[in-house]
Write a protein that binds this ligand. Structure first.
Ligand SMILES: [Zn+2]
Length: 476
């Protein structure tokens, strides 16, 4: 059904596309925001003034409950504990430290083993993510998990900044809303139930940026939301040609770290605050930035540990972000290594905004590079990684830009890899990035960067004169 809808959508004229997008939007809105949506938002905001003791009692209780549930009802964990008990291990399941760290590979290898008894995977919301190493990960969510997650997002991404889901907004995202071959607008689609103008991040050639700005004005959006790189490209155009004439109430950056230069340009171009958001497809942790510029962790979404070589990191040390989700009993993820690095926070640090949510340092999310195309588009790593975002038999994969016209796909094949996989991947790269030469290179392991961090997108091109990298060098 989803495929049929996608096929109809891909050949539909713009007006019909907006109707189809709105139909999908209606379904999403209905799922994410139940009858008690406002009450959940109010509760989330109320918790922000809790004392440390109240927080600890509440989260300890939920964590222990999730651990007991996972050990008893989730096949992967039940097998793990049965084997340990057989060997005489009496560690209590409620003690988080006695659980192993979960790497993404285990999740890739047997995703269904993480679905708890009593949940029927075919009736849960199913999503796949490229999981930052290019190999897809399957995720299933309970309806309640989605509602709780979106209440937190509503409270702490939107309400903290004076906007709500009832306000019109522009989303610069990685859904392919129209074919890359399309050369005339619209490169966007209006999704009425979500109050969202969804603009394609793939079509942003320099000469089209004025059209994007016009669309945001024409649709009267109050705020913009998108990958840092896409927002920045638009901001630079506004600074160049529309200084002082465009104003939004807020810009929210997502998926990628926000560089100080990007923040500065976006704030100046759109005359509004710029706030960073942190979250991931697995919904096991979230964070939001307050008006003081502090990033606050959401203890009600997940329990987060900062580990260095699997030991608790000292404050300030660069650490692995390890999360235990508290929202999704359908697919509990315990001590899950999300693949991000962050400076371990000092638990005593408090923010002058008065909220008691823990303060965390900058998160080094995806450290991948931007892709550049011969026609002047910049493709952010989050958008580029979408080429891997469905079920392809890849253990790992990386896009390497060698020239403006050539991309190398380095990959470690998974079971079932064939010439057909290459064909699909080549098609997807051309569909989303452009008509490029695509070469494939099989390897046993893709080399990691600093701190063992995986780069899904690597560019071998020298930075252009006006790039972020060039700015970084001149600023430092
Ligand atoms: Zn704060």
């Amino acid at each position: 059904m989803q495929n049929l809808a996608t096929q109809v959508y891909s050949v539909a004229p713009p007006r019909l596309r907006s109707m189809l997008a709105s139909a999908m939007g209606y379904r999403l809105r209905h799922r994410r925001y139940g009858p008690d949506a406002e009450e959940l938002v109010r509760q989330a905001l109320d918790r922000e003034s809790w004392s440390e003791t109240t927080w600890r009692a509440w989260t300890d209780n939920r964590l222990a409950e999730m651990l007991r549930h996972a050990a008893a009802n989730v096949p992967f964990y039940r097998n793990h504990w049965t084997a340990r008990r057989r060997h005489g291990d009496q560690s209590p399941v409620e003690r988080l430290e006695s659980w192993p760290i979960l790497d993404k590979q285990a999740l890739r290898d047997q995703p269904e083993a993480f679905v708890a008894d009593g949940y029927n995977a075919s009736r849960l919301d199913h999503e796949t993510t490229s999981g930052t190493t290019g190999a897809p990960i399957h995720l299933w969510f309970s309806l309640r998990c989605e509602q709780l997650w979106y209440a937190l997002c509503e409270a702490r991404w939107r309400r903290w900044n004076g906007v709500s889901r009832e306000d019109r907004f522009g989303m610069l995202g990685a859904q392919l809303v129209t074919s890359l071959k399309q050369s005339t607008p619209p490169f966007w689609v209006w999704n009425a139930p979500m109050r969202q103008l969804y603009l394609s991040a793939y079509h942003m050639q320099p000469e089209r940026l004025p059209l994007y700005l016009d669309a945001l004005v024409q649709y009267r959006v109050r705020y913009v939301w998108g990958h840092s790189a896409s927002l920045h490209a638009l901001a630079r155009e506004a600074l160049r040609t529309r200084l002082g004439s465009i104003r939004f109430d807020l810009a929210l950056s997502t998926s990628e770290p926000l560089h100080p230069r990007q923040r500065h340009d976006i704030a100046e171009a759109f005359q509004c605050p710029v706030r960073e958001t942190y979250g991931m497809a697995e919904n096991v942790a979230g964070a939001s930035e307050c008006s003081q510029g502090t990033l606050h962790l959401w203890p009600d979404a997940g329990h987060v540990e900062f580990l260095c070589e699997d030991r608790m990191a000292a404050p300030g040390q660069t650490a692995d972000v390890i999360c235990t989700g508290l929202l999704n009993p359908a697919m509990p993820l315990i001590r899950y290594r999300v693949g991000d690095l962050a400076k371990a926070p000092d638990p005593r640090e408090q923010c002058s905004c008065g909220r008691s949510l823990p303060v965390i340092g900058p998160i080094e999310g995806r450290i991948s590079d931007m892709l550049r195309t011969a026609d002047g588009r910049l493709i952010s790593p989050s958008a580029a990684e979408m080429v891997f975002e469905t079920d392809l038999p890849l253990a790992e994969a990386q896009l390497v830009q060698e020239t403006l016209n050539r991309i190398r796909v380095r990959y470690v094949p998974g079971p079932g890899y064939s010439a057909r996989t290459e064909q699909i991947l080549r098609g997807r790269i051309r569909e989303r990035i452009g008509d490029l030469e695509v070469v494939f290179e099989q390897t046993n392991q893709i080399p990691r960067g600093a701190h063992g961090k995986f780069r899904a997108v690597l560019s071998l091109l020298p930075p252009p004169e006006n790039s972020l990298a060039a700015h970084t060098e001149t600023q430092s």
